[in-house]
Design a protein around this ligand. Structure first.
Ligand SMILES: Nc1ncnc2c1ncn2[C@@H]1O[C@H](COP(=O)(O)OP(=O)(O)OP(=O)(O)O)[C@@H](O)[C@H]1O
Ligand SMILES: [Mg+2]
Length: 358
């Protein structure tokens, strides 16, 4: 008896998506089942993000399940992904071609928002997601320097073409002005500038547009959440009390304007002495993780305070570009962010699990 497509589909019902708590057939992830006359099977599994943290696990489980079907002589499983768009919001205008807008904020200044936003964007790009970054810090734009981008963007048909580096596209007020010019915006002007950066830039097709926010819970944050549909916000904090108070305020602000919290990242979490390997908890221990758990938002992970991270940003080649120790941490963080985005965009009503950090 030749193997049928239905047999293959049925066999795949044992493979569960651990976040969505449903099998991959019911979720509609299984595409293109092909069985040839010799029993060789080809299957494509289409996930909700190329940055899926359990991609390899699902692939192996699918291969094993298919191999158990009598008559199967060979298995080839191809993993692809199609990122879902944020749910439409009648009161907000989506950015053409952009599927998800992810804000990175903190409340407090200098905790590493821009560093985190830039590295997360690069890590998502590295995993195959079409990613852009918008520097919404229109008073003190740092993204151009961190990405090592010089020069001015082109304007085609009255729309700005974003710059690109390290596999992502980027737009910043920093591209439009000369290095040290101070930028002073009054309220209505600020709203206009932000709107232009969002809507009058040719972002093209993007799975994720990361927004690097200025510090605080002020006009830019409000303006952003009121004009475009933001899928969710990532809150960056350092572990000490004063930073955590501000992080809690940032969480409360986003929740008030109905922007879901994708999770918290604890930056500058500890310092590992390069000479004696002593671990010094400069800003206290696990503050971010404890705060996330108290606020009932996912904890996405932590980054140490390390000279290599600072240097990489100053040199315009962020650590996430390479696959070293910190590059790997940013890939894991980006996977958790993408996972939370997928959960929010699915119809799953289940609670988002709190991820334990490394
Ligand atoms: N984990 C880290 N280890 C070492 N240096 C870091 C780390 N994270 C950020 N930095 C450095 O700390 C400084 C501040 O970081 P960054 O500019 O990303 O903070 P920010 O929160 O965006 O600041 P602002 O509120 O001014 O926008 C930068 O010099 C950056 O390179
Ligand atoms: Mg910044």
């Amino acid at each position: 008896m030749p193997v049928t497509k239905d047999q293959i589909l049925n066999s795949l019902r044992v493979v569960q998506d651990p976040d969505l708590h449903q099998d991959i057939v019911a979720l509609g992830f299984v595409r293109d089942v092909k069985v040839d006359s010799t029993g060789k099977v080809d299957v494509t599994i289409c996930l909700t993000t190329p940055a899926c943290p359990v991609k390899e696990q699902l692939k192996t489980q699918a291969e094993e399940a298919i191999r158990c079907v009598p008559g199967v002589t060979g298995v080839n499983v191809t993993m692809t992904a199609e990122v879902r768009s944020a749910r439409p919001d009648a009161n907000k205008t989506p950015i053409e071609g952009v599927r998800n807008i992810i804000a990175v904020g903190s409340g407090k200044g200098g905790v590493g928002k821009s560093t985190t936003a830039v590295n997360l964007a690069i890590a998502l790009g590295k995993m195959g997601a079409r990613t852009g970054i918008l520097d919404a810090d229109i008073y003190g734009p740092n993204v151009p320097g961190m990405l090592g981008i010089h020069g001015r963007p082109k304007v085609i048909d009255a729309r700005i073409v974003p710059m690109s580096a390290h596999g992502i596209t980027a737009m910043s007020m920093g591209f439009m002005i000369d290095g040290d010019t101070p930028l002073v915006w009054r309220g209505p002007m600020l709203h206009g500038v932000l709107k232009q950066l969002l809507q009058e830039v040719r972002w093209g097709a993007l799975d994720y547009l990361i927004i690097d926010l200025p510090p605080g819970t002020g006009d830019v944050q409000l303006s952003l959440s009121q004009t475009v549909p933001v899928t969710g916000a990532v809150i960056v904090t350092t572990p000490q009390n004063v930073a955590l108070q501000d992080a809690r305020r940032a969480v409360a602000m986003f929740q008030k304007v109905n922007v879901p919290i994708l999770g918290m990242i604890e930056n500058m979490s500890y310092f590992l002495c390069p000479k004696c390997s002593h671990r010094e908890e400069i800003f206290d221990n696990a503050g971010g993780e404890n705060a996330a758990s108290k606020l009932n938002v996912p904890f996405l992970g932590r980054l140490p305070l390390d000279t290599a991270i600072r240097k990489s940003m100053d040199q315009g080649r962020p650590v996430a570009v390479d696959d070293g120790e910190f590059g790997k941490i940013y890939v894991e963080l980006a996977q958790r962010v993408a996972q939370q985005v997928s959960l929010i965009n699915s119809d799953s009503k289940r609670p988002i699990s709190v991820v334990k950090g490394p």
